[in-house]
Design a protein around this ligand. Structure first.
Ligand code: AMP
Length: 213
């Protein structure tokens, strides 16, 4: 077994405002995982005024998806830059089938794989209410009602079709995202512990080889 297969790679999956970022940050704090959020990367690019930022600014503000090519390149670059990470939490990526296929290909080429896709289930009415509050508090342009409706529509049209992709791989786990942040964290942690328990520890393989066990 190669060393890389011991890395823990998770996707946090769900509609915008489901709590993916909040849960990802919790996992980073509790485990030695690296959060890869394409939304955060793109917002940083917009803020810095880079060429990339200029290209994606309007697309993001109106609530549309930026091209697969752009986000796949961002993710591949970050995987490349973090060879020693204990694993990755993908947050807001993949959002389309081509993105999911590209992620599988890039992980496979590095001896890695996605272990689990954790779906945060939150109903539309609750998402709208969360966004109404977040827009009032933070004023993020793409949280305005028109942009948010487009984001939700894009999730349903382009991202939700990824669910069968991961069901077919036997990787989808569902968590009730309607609960409090703490309760969702507890559910996510339980999933994580289960995955960890099913991964073969490196030492066992090593001793088994030594003693023929
Ligand atoms: P998020 O913070 O994940 O909701 O992302 C904010 C915005 O960034 C999205 O509404 C899209 O415009 C863009 N974005 C983030 N991740 C992706 C992705 N994987 N594919 C396409 N666009 C993305």
């Amino acid at each position: 077994m190669s060393m890389n297969s011991e890395k823990l790679n998770l996707i946090l999956f769900g509609p915008p405002a489901a709590g993916k970022g909040t849960q990802a940050k919790q996992l980073v704090a509790d485990h030695d995982l690296v959060q890869l959020s394409t939304g955060d990367m793109l917002r940083a690019a917009v803020k810095s005024g880079s060429d990339l930022g200029e290209r994606v600014k309007m697309i993001m503000e109106r609530g549309d998806l930026v091209s697969d090519e752009i986000v796949i390149a961002l993710i591949e670059d970050q995987i490349e830059r973090n060879p020693d990470a204990a694993g990755f939490i993908f947050d807001g990526f993949p959002r389309t089938v081509p993105q999911a296929e590209a992620l599988d290909a890039t992980l496979t080429s590095r001896g890695m794989a996605i272990d689990s896709v954790i779906r945060l289930k939150v109903d539309d009415a609750a998402l709208m209410e969360r966004i109404r509050v977040r827009f009032a508090e933070q004023g993020r342009k793409d949280d305005n009602p028109e942009s948010f409706a487009i984001r939700l529509g894009n999730y349903n049209k382009q991202t939700a079709p990824l669910l069968p992709y991961y069901v077919a791989q036997g990787k989808l786990v569902e968590v009730d995202g309607m609960q409090s942040i703490e309760s969702v964290s507890t559910q996510v942690r339980t999933v994580l512990e289960t995955i960890k328990a099913t991964k073969v520890p490196r030492k066992k393989g090593f001793f088994a080889r030594l003693f023929g066990g």
